[in-house]
Design a protein around this ligand. Structure first.
Ligand SMILES: Cc1ncc(COP(=O)(O)O)c(C=O)c1O
Length: 409
């Protein structure tokens, strides 16, 4: 099936924006994607038609509860989980921070947790802070700076019978490497550890089957996936029921609401449904889940063709260093690089001013990666994050922009 790029682009009003007389090329999806029009309208309609708090006997309250419940159904289908395992919140970091306090309640001195060196710090610091408070040992699956993948060769030694918890990301938000979550979760299960996964950089690009990957706790953010700024957590029911989050009265005692403190962002949550529906509308099938899986297939194939072109063209430029794992390693269409003789920040400013290409620079909180590569002091990376709405023409504009800047350094 041909990817319906015109249909997709028409769903994103922000793509009409111009800068310096040219249509903007958005290449900062990993920092936050553009928002699909149905999600924008859903939030607006919610407020225009009358919003309300929960548990009222009047229509706007009843409708609010129905809409939140629908959003949870969609998230359940998105990850092959259950609606009663889904909690919403501000963003992924807040959800992890909050969940960390709860999951760490049973940790004690001498216990161990295992993290990785290829994480966004969101998926390190919440767990690490709890570990420090409890004198729990923190270990890391090392990043191999040559292969730009996690080195799993010592996994069996890193995991011991004291390991209580393992956290890993689906994919690097900086270099795109997709981690072998299944191997790590299988090994973690053997020692009885809880497995938490940061799905933030995965969900705009590929289907995530929570069951298949053996994930106990999953965290993500909908603004990276064509929707509004809403964070989410999906936690296996048995584990969720046992967790005792630090909560205050405006949160009930039961799963999953006990992780939702205070009144939620209702106008954002209604957009979550639309963000998932956007993906399912790109696919075929009889059930929502089948459509989501098929929609992700279409997205993956399309994005891979754009990323292949970009990686190949950038690879030809001798002044440019690409940071990417070898071809056999699965990657999201997120490309990190540096250019000799120009800082990443100068480079991205010029891309914006001279080519109207919006592209970001820095370490993107994949700090350990940048630190191990020794490039933090010199500005870390330039990152091109390709998304569902980008076109081959935009990729050509981007590559031409890179070549022009290098020619006129
Ligand atoms: C891989 C990854 N994890 C976590 C986060 C943090 O997500 P949030 O901004 O929703 O807290 C980000 C944000 O850039 C990310 O890319």
């Amino acid at each position: 099936m041909n990817y319906p790029i015109e249909y997709v682009r028409n769903r994103f009003p922000a793509l009409k924006r111009t800068y310096k007389g040219k249509t903007v090329v958005y290449l900062d999806g990993p920092g936050g994607s553009q928002t699909v029009v149905e999600a924008i309208n859903a939030g607006r309609d919610y407020m225009m038609n009358g919003g309300a708090n929960l548990h009222g006997a009047f229509p706007t309250s009843v409708e609010t509860m129905e809409k939140i419940s629908e959003a949870k159904d969609y998230v359940a289908a998105l990850f092959n989980g259950k609606a009663e395992e889904v909690a919403f919140g501000g963003n992924a970091t807040t959800m992890m921070f909050h969940a960390a306090r709860a999951v760490a309640k049973t940790w004690k001195e001498g216990d161990e947790i295992l993290l990785t060196e290829l994480e966004h710090h969101s998926n390190i610091d919440p767990w690490k802070k709890e570990a420090e408070d409890k004198n729990v040992v923190v270990k890391y699956i090392p990043l191999d700076t040559k292969t730009l993948t996690l080195d799993l060769s010592s996994l069996d030694h890193l995991l011991t019978r004291n390991t209580k918890f393992v956290a890993i990301g689906l994919a690097s938000n900086c270099i795109g490497t997709i981690n072998d979550v299944k191997t790590v979760s299988d090994a973690a299960k053997k020692v009885g550890a809880v497995v938490a996964v940061d799905a933030v950089h995965g969900i705009p690009h590929f289907y995530v089957d929570r069951e298949e990957l053996g994930i106990d706790m999953l965290f993500s953010s909908v603004y990276k996936m064509f929707g509004p700024h809403v964070g989410l957590a999906m936690i296996k029911k048995e584990l969720f029921d046992q967790l005792e989050p630090y909560k205050i009265m405006p949160a009930p005692d039961y799963t999953p609401d006990k992780l939702e403190i205070g009144t939620q962002n209702h106008e954002g949550i209604v957009g979550v449904t639309e963000a998932v529906r956007f993906i399912s509308d790109l696919g075929k099938g009889n059930t929502l889940q089948e459509k989501i899986i098929s929609g992700y297939d279409a997205i993956e194939n399309y994005e891979a063709s754009l990323a292949k072109f970009v990686r190949k063209e950038l690879g030809k430029i001798k002044e440019l260093t690409l940071y990417q794992a070898e071809e056999s390693v699965k990657k999201t269409p997120t490309v990190a690089f540096r250019v000799e003789g120009i800082t990443p920040n100068e480079f991205t400013s010029r891309m914006c001013e001279e080519a109207s290409v919006f592209i970001a620079d820095g370490h993107f909180y994949a700090y350990r990666l940048a630190e191990k590569l020794g490039i933090v002091e010199s500005g870390s990376f330039i990152r091109a994050g390709i998304s569902v709405y980008n076109t081959m023409d935009e990729m050509k504009r981007f590559v031409a922009g890179v070549q022009d800047i290098i020619k006129n350094k």
